[in-house]
Design a protein around this ligand. Sequence first.
Ligand SMILES: *[C@@H]1O[C@H](CO)[C@@H](O)[C@H](O)[C@H]1NC(C)=O
Ligand SMILES: *[C@@H]1O[C@H](CO)[C@@H](O)[C@H](O)[C@H]1NC(C)=O
Ligand SMILES: *[C@@H]1O[C@H](CO)[C@@H](O)[C@H](O)[C@H]1NC(C)=O
Ligand SMILES: CC(=O)N[C@H]1CO[C@H](CO)[C@@H](O)[C@@H]1O
Length: 227
Amino acid sequence: MKIAVLASLLLVLRAFVAQETDQDGVCSQLNNSQNITVVVAPGAQGEPGTEGPRGPKGEPGERAPRGGPGKLGPVGPRGEKGDKGELGPAGEKGAPGNLAAPPVVAFSVARTNSLLDPGVDTLVTYDVILSNVDGAYNQETGKFVASVGGVYFFMFTGMTENSSSSRYFVRLMKNGALMVGLHENNSGQSEFQSSSNSAILQLQPGDEVWVQLRSGYSLYSNGNITN
Ligand SMILES: *[C@@H]1O[C@H](CO)[C@@H](O)[C@H](O)[C@H]1NC(C)=O
Ligand SMILES: *[C@@H]1O[C@H](CO)[C@@H](O)[C@H](O)[C@H]1NC(C)=O
Ligand SMILES: *[C@@H]1O[C@H](CO)[C@@H](O)[C@H](O)[C@H]1NC(C)=O
Ligand SMILES: CC(=O)N[C@H]1CO[C@H](CO)[C@@H](O)[C@@H]1O
């Protein structure tokens, strides 16, 4: 009986021109003259269907509103050097300068007695002080000691005895090192012979310069420094 009703219902459903189905399984069937509402219990939930074909591409959406500011980015590379700035204003007038004159160091000395072969290398001292500006020449030691650094010019002179065998060999020394030498040899002739040498030395404060007679040689002086 129940089966027969279902079968007829199925037939009726197939004959209807229009059919609407809602979610609750209620079918409204339209006829020319009347409409019949048949309530059918929903069947068991079917297996999910296979995924349908991809739909057509949708219309582009509306432009989204402007977003908020993003996070601070990493520090960029160092930029190129900028143009030179404009000349700044003139500075204030400075304090008056110290117009001290540059130091003057000069000395001139002479020896009034002979130094005849002392047997060892001997520092030559000078007993006559012609000038000693700044006092850098020490009459006791015979050494010039630079009080200020600078470039100094030194000249020194020797003389032989009036003897055929007289000869001298003196050296200009700086801090114990030979700078220049001076040699004279009468070479068998009895006469007074004289010669000079010179040097320009760059000295630091405390540097010492002196003249030294080599062992085996002699310097002559007759006591008359005008010779
Ligand atoms: C369905 O039936 C009702 C009551 O009989 C009627 O008021 C209605 O207009 C009908 N609907 C249609 C589409 O015929
Ligand atoms: C040097 O010595 C020689 C010989 O002893 C002498 O003849 C001469 O006059 C001397 N010269 C001087 C300038 O004294
Ligand atoms: C000096 O001269 C003499 C004679 O020419 C020579 O025999 C002697 O070796 C010389 N001495 C030096 C130190 O040059
Ligand atoms: C197609 C169909 O079902 N028609 C029916 C419409 O209603 C009349 C009266 O109830 C029926 O006689 C028709 O068979």
